[in-house]
Ligand binder design. Structure first.
Ligand code: SF4
Ligand code: SF4
Ligand code: FES
Length: 238
């Protein structure tokens, strides 16, 4: 694999051909926020939090879906980018109903942590507060659409790692939501294996296990990499 050279925040760095900008940026110790990206899953490029500036284009590039190219000159934390990311998180918070004080993952939520990191102490936009249902029909898991940020991590984990493809998206824009099979109660799904991968990868309190609610159990989104590595190395035998 070839090597490319690029500039990252005024530093000359090298990367492997085919790597994404996000991989390279993180490998070089720059802390770039992400929400829809998760190591082990395909990229969706949906949340736009990983946007960076590249010299020669006024378009902001989503680092997770942009491959490195020779000679790129990338900036990750300009004033415009920091302002933009803050605005994006505020819009996410305004789009549904995120009341952290009564959330099962309060204190362990990626959205909440990111908002704190970006210095968001209030939301400047009028909250939409849509009246969305909570699906508590499954014996072990609960899906609260009010807390969903439509990152699609659950959909990809269910499809790409578990192979069940129980979860999917329905609708467009602010009307989008996660559905189970052909939009049926989760408890009646015949494709769901009950593996809990969607629970672990969901960055918010939108999908939780009942034990998350009762005992404040941490989610472990990094477990996907262990599963994938184990499969690749054929560590497990049945
Ligand atoms: S529990 Fe497993 S199979 Fe069921 S929806 Fe979640 S990821 Fe898919
Ligand atoms: S349920 Fe969770 S993982 Fe799935 S799209 Fe919503 S926030 Fe993302
Ligand atoms: S992490 Fe790149 S767009 Fe979401």
């Amino acid at each position: 694999m070839g090597v490319v050279t690029l500039t990252l925040n005024n530093q000359l760095i090298s990367a492997r051909e085919g790597q994404s900008l996000l991989e390279v940026i993180r490998e070089n110790g720059v802390d770039l926020p992400t929400l829809c990206h998760l190591d082990g899953l395909s990229e969706r490029g949906g949340c736009r939090l990983c946007v960076v500036e590249a010299e020669g284009t006024s378009r902001l590039l989503a680092a997770c879906v942009t491959p490195v190219q020779e000679g790129m000159n990338i900036r990750t934390h300009t004033e415009r980018l920091v302002r933009y990311r803050k605005m994006l998180v505020e819009l996410l918070l305004a789009e549904r109903t995120h009341v952290c004080s009564v959330c099962a993952v309060n204190g362990r939520c990626e959205l909440q942590a990111l908002a704190a990191r970006l210095g968001i102490d209030h939301v400047r936009y009028e909250p939409l507060h849509p009246d969305l249902p909570v699906d508590a029909s499954h014996g072990r898991f609960v899906l609260d659409h009010n807390r969903c940020i439509l990152c699609g991590r659950c959909v990809r984990a269910c499809d790409e790692v578990e192979g069940a493809h129980t979860l999917d998206f329905m609708g467009r824009g602010v009307q989008s939501r996660i559905i189970v099979d052909l939009d049926q109660p989760w408890g009646s799904s015949r494709s769901c294996t009950g593996c809990g991968k969607c629970v672990q990868v969901c960055p918010t309190g939108a999908i939780v296990a009942r034990e998350n609610i009762a005992g404040g159990v941490e989610k472990r989104p990094d477990f996907l990499l262990r599963i994938l590595e184990g499969r690749q190395k054929r560590i497990w035998r049945w």
